[in-house]
Design a protein around this ligand. Structure first.
Ligand code: TRP
Length: 350
């Protein structure tokens, strides 16, 4: 019997959930996931998680998305542009097919009762457990910022995000599994100490391989190798045109030795639904210029309807605000209900 916290065990549980979903058993699942509003969502977010969220939403899973505004200050000293980032994030979601009648969209800062769960939850973990989280360490190093108390404890805050709405599935990549483990641990310890309030949570492991950036490195806004969903066709063309290639003319798909060419091929492949090797063979001695033209057309073609919808939301900020207000209102109702159960379980009813 593999240990419960192992990757194999997580994968097995994820496969079981997937099998349930495949046969339409969706009503026992509540999904919670989210994003930090630090900028615009890009193709990595789109193919890596947004498509999956829309799929779960449309198959009837109870879907919830948190715009994690308090997480922005885990490793930075400013909330500059946060309002703009939050509204734009809602626009990205809506344009990509998130339906606010089916999916609750809300922010941390608007839901006090959710944040209050942090107090009892923090009492359930030790300093050593917080400190050995590999993701927190990696994030702190990447940020070049001091380890703040909020960064150290944000996996506990994510447990609040997931558990306040009794979420039991979280779509994740393998590297995010340690966070799910923290949530599982907290739910279990709370239930053992005070009586069962919270469900058992599982990661729904995504099978889609990570889309690399245009230069083959990890896609990231700070590397300038990402295409945002919100970019215009011209901005997209310019970014692709400027991306680095290598000196070999013949186009081949070889992610290890030719990361830049292969990053471009992967982008073209995912947007056109074709095999990257087939695209490489077709272009061959056409070289990087022809490849870039192909990538630009593939990206702009795929995102044309999404961007058109996005423009409609850009021109109707009142609607975007209404979506968020409604999500925040619903999230508050749910959070207050859960906090009432927590107070009851803890005997804190006066
Ligand atoms: N940390 C996630 C990100 O940076 C956002 C997030 C916040 C989240 N709370 C969550 C994801 C709870 C899953 C579950 O994108």
């Amino acid at each position: 019997m593999p240990n419960e916290g192992s990757y194999e065990a997580a994968l097995r549980r994820s496969n079981e959930i997937q099998a349930d979903l495949d046969v339409g058993k969706t009503d026992k699942y509540t999904m919670l996931t989210g994003d930090r509003p630090t900028g615009r969502l890009h193709l990595g977010h789109y193919f890596g998680t947004l498509v999956e969220r829309v799929r779960l939403q449309n198959m009837g899973v109870n879907t919830n998305i948190i715009i994690a505004d308090y997480q922005v200050i885990t490793d930075r000293d400013t909330t500059e542009h946060i309002q703009d980032n939050v509204y734009n994030m809602v626009m990205d979601y809506l344009a990509c097919g998130i339906d606010p009648d089916k999916t609750m969209i809300f922010t941390h800062s608007a839901v006090p009762a959710e944040n209050q769960l942090l107090l009892p939850f923090l009492s359930l973990v030790s300093e050593a457990e917080l400190e050995r989280n590999p993701t927190v360490k990696a994030e702190q190093e990447a940020s070049g910022h001091a380890l703040t108390g909020l960064l150290l404890t944000y996996p506990v805050h994510q447990a609040c995000d997931i558990l306040f709405c009794k979420g039991n599935i979280v779509p994740v990549g393998r590297d995010q599994l340690p966070h799910i483990e923290v949530t599982r641990l907290i739910a279990r310890r709370f239930n053992e100490r005070y009586g069962k309030v919270f469900p058992s949570v599982d990661g729904l492991l995504t099978s889609t391989p990570l889309l690399p950036g245009l230069d083959g490195r990890k896609m990231s806004k700070s590397y300038g190798n990402a295409i945002a969903i919100s970019m215009t066709e011209e901005e997209t063309a310019k970014r692709i045109k400027k991306s680095k290639t290598d000196s070999e003319r013949n186009i081949t798909f070889d992610p290890v030795n030719r990361p830049e060419i292969s990053g471009l091929l992967s982008t073209a492949a995912i947007c056109s639904g074709r095999d990257p090797k087939e695209i490489a063979d077709e272009i061959g001695m056409g070289g990087a210029g022809q490849l870039k033209k192909y990538v630009t057309e593939a990206v702009n073609g795929y995102f044309a309807p999404i961007r058109e919808r996005r423009h409609a939301y850009e021109n109707d900020l009142d609607y975007v605000k209404d979506v968020l207000h409604d999500g925040n209102r619903r999230a508050n109702e749910i959070a207050e209900q859960t906090l009432a159960e927590v107070r009851e379980a803890m005997g804190m009813v006066y």
